[in-house]
Write a protein that binds this ligand. Structure first.
Ligand SMILES: Nc1ncnc2c1ncn2[C@@H]1O[C@H](COP(=O)(O)OP(=O)(O)OP(=O)(O)O)[C@@H](O)[C@H]1O
Length: 311
């Protein structure tokens, strides 16, 4: 369990983290979401004792990070996959970490195997691809067999196979009863991995909710219809008590999952349909609405940003 209480970080005039209070519970994957610059990395750095809070407190299983003996055995983290000495081999990098944390050498072999790096364990880390670097960073996080794991944007830049692997790894770590806290700026990614969401924007807490609740409240389903006889269909639907809206481009939309009923009514009245498709509003859109007021850097131009990358 991680408990964050009134956590605040100020860099000069910039309030990077603003009185955050939330808990990260064991046995589930908790997604930590927010646009670029929201304060996710700063929060994680404070959780790990790498940055000193301006105010507030973080407790790891009831204790401050600096009071943990052999902290790698309590909490493992992947913050920056490039934070590895490039001249060292994967094996030596992990061995150094293990030796300075009272972890046996046998564990190095175990984690190399777990992340699939055994075959390249003696190669220098500077020759590693991005995906291999992420795997090595994750091996370091797993080294102390900690009950709590923290990953900052672990899928950034990975190929689909790597993304799939990390997703499954996080889920299996949570299924073992561990606390798993993972940051991302992509809702679509979190929707596939996280059971719980903590959303921040400009350092402030915007939502602390289960994934299921977030989906239920934000992913509304509707049916899209295209027909060369929209007036007739509107009349028929109206008679049947089904409310339809014109959605532009010659399409109609009906809230909810009534596709079968609409198809039956159209057939009964011999109305031609060119499209009858159930649709789901995207969670990414809901997430962008939630954080709209707190995006630090908007894309230039007339249309709203499609992603949250700076510049
Ligand atoms: N050392 C620092 N000095 C000054 N400002 C900083 C420092 N570190 C972070 N910031 C600022 O604090 C804010 C939060 O940054 P942070 O990196 O924590 O956000 P983030 O949510 O992790 O974003 P990203 O997804 O882009 O990494 C940003 O406005 C950033 O510019």
């Amino acid at each position: 369990m991680i408990e964050v209480e009134g956590l605040t970080k100020r860099y000069g005039a910039k309030l990077a983290v603003d009185r955050l209070t939330f808990r990260v519970r064991p046995g589930i994957v908790t997604g930590f979401l927010g646009p670029n610059g929201a304060g996710k990395s700063t929060t994680m750095r404070m959780m790990l004792g790498l940055d000193r809070p301006t105010a507030g407190d973080v407790r790891i299983d009831g204790r401050r990070y600096e009071n943990l003996q052999d902290p790698l055995k309590y909490i493992g983290a992947l913050l920056d996959a490039k934070g590895v000495h490039g001249g060292r081999s994967a094996f030596h990098h992990l061995l150094c970490l293990a030796q300075s944390n009272g972890i046996p050498k046998s564990r190095v072999h175990e984690v190399l195997h777990a992340v699939g790096l055994t075959a390249v364990a003696r190669r220098k880390a500077k020759g590693f691809s991005l995906g291999m670097g992420q795997r090595l960073g994750i091996a370091g996080a797993l080294l102390g067999d900690p009950r709590i794991l923290m990953f900052d944007e672990p899928v950034n830049g990975l190929d689909p196979e790597g993304i799939h692997w990390i997703r499954n790894l996080m889920k299996s770590l949570a299924a073992q009863g561990r606390t798993v806290f993972v940051s991302s700026h992509l809702m679509s990614e979190m929707a596939l991995t996280a059971d719980h969401l903590v959303v921040i924007g400009q350092g402030r807490l915007l939502a602390d909710t289960s994934m299921a609740d977030f989906i239920q409240h934000n992913s509304h389903s509707y049916v899209r219809i295209r027909t060369p006889q929209p007036e007739r269909l509107l009349d028929v639907l109206d008679e049947a008590g089904i409310k339809a809206f014109r959605a532009g481009g010659g399409t109609l939309e009906v809230d909810g999952g009534k596709a079968e009923r609409i198809g039956e009514l159209a057939a009964e009245h011999r109305i031609v349909l060119h499209e009858l498709s159930p649709q789901q509003a995207s969670l990414e859109e809901a997430f962008m609405r939630l954080t709209a007021g707190s995006v630090e850097y908007h894309a230039q131009g007339g249309t709203p940003p499609t992603g949250w990358k700076k510049g």
